[in-house]
Write a new protein. Structure first.
Ligand SMILES: C[S@@+](CC[C@H](N)C(=O)[O-])C[C@H]1O[C@@H](n2cnc3c(N)ncnc32)[C@H](O)[C@@H]1O
Length: 265
């Protein structure tokens, strides 16, 4: 399966979620993209307590709270990779204030439209949403104080390209803090090619050690894992995992929040 096929499947899935969120008044649990799962509800409940939280932007698509560990300061310019409907961007806006700037990037046009619609209602002139692919971002080098991301990099076929792009766009001395899905052990080849599991944030996840090696090899410093817990696997995806010939335990799929610094020189 080639990377373009994977990316198209990911875009289709998230376009459908964005369209459904548009046509329904309540949360994403009405849209079928989550499963009334207790863990998902618990994460969403934590989000509701964060300053800047916007219910319309929370499509329950995250796997952590990167802003908790991102060390963002007032006045920072922050980039959110795979910003969806803007959930984390609006939390960041509450931290950076009027003197900071927030840029969200996403490659699904429907998600960018949804985020822009949310931002229009809020009237923030220092929050922007851009259409673009994380593997090749239409963004300037050495620009951002902090790069965050929530449950997105597992969906990007070439992780090394994604982290190389993070390194390029960060200011020297800047840092990233991302929540993402990784595995303990490799995902079996057959599961890796399941497009539904890929778009569902499982099949594209890579082994945690390989993930760390990519980050360190690129030259990031002070690489730290802040939080690690079993990932939220929706029940319908759990069933595919357990029914497959090459079984994989949902417990070996982990959600981590990790940070690293671009060297100053
Ligand atoms: C699981 S959702 C997370 C959305 C958001 N971070 C949140 O927590 O609500 C993944 C998002 O990443 C976007 N995405 C996936 N691969 C991407 C890529 N290569 N470049 C840009 N965006 C991507 C999808 O379009 C989708 O909106």
């Amino acid at each position: 399966m080639d990377n373009e096929t994977i990316k198209r499947a990911v875009q289709e899935k998230y376009a459908t979620i964005a369209r459904k969120a548009k046509s329904e008044t309540s949360t994403c649990c009405n849209t079928g993209c989550c499963n009334e799962n207790e863990a998902e509800k618990a994460l969403s409940k934590l989000y509701t307590k964060l300053e800047g939280y916007v219910p319309e932007a929370d499509l329950m698509l995250g796997c952590g709270i990167p802003t908790q560990y991102a060390g963002i300061s007032e006045g920072n310019h922050v980039l959110d990779l795979g910003s969806g409907a803007g959930n984390d961007c609006f939390i960041v806006r509450a931290i950076v204030g009027i003197n900071g700037k927030v840029t969200g990037i996403d490659f699904t046009p429907e998600m960018v439209a949804k985020a822009k619609e949310n931002n229009l209602k809020l009237g923030y002139d220092n929050v922007e949403f851009i259409l673009g692919d994380i593997e090749n971002m239409p963004l300037p080098s050495n620009t951002y104080d902090v790069v965050i991301s929530n449950c997105v990099l597992n969906l990007v076929p070439e992780k090394k390209k994604a982290f190389a792009e993070i390194l390029r766009v960060l200011k020297p001395g800047g840092h990233f803090c991302v929540s993402d899905i990784v595995t303990n052990g490799d995902v079996p080849e057959k599961i890796r090619h399941d497009l539904e599991l890929y778009a569902g944030c499982i099949a594209g996840a890579i082994d945690q050690n390989d993930y760390l090696e990519i980050i360190k090899e690129l030259g990031f410093e002070k690489v730290t894992i802040h939080n690690q817990k079993p990932a939220i696997v929706p029940d319908e995806l759990k069933k595919i995992l357990l029914d497959s010939v090459e079984k994989i335990s949902p417990n070996s799929i982990v959600s981590i929040t990790i940070s690293g610094y671009k060297p100053k020189e």
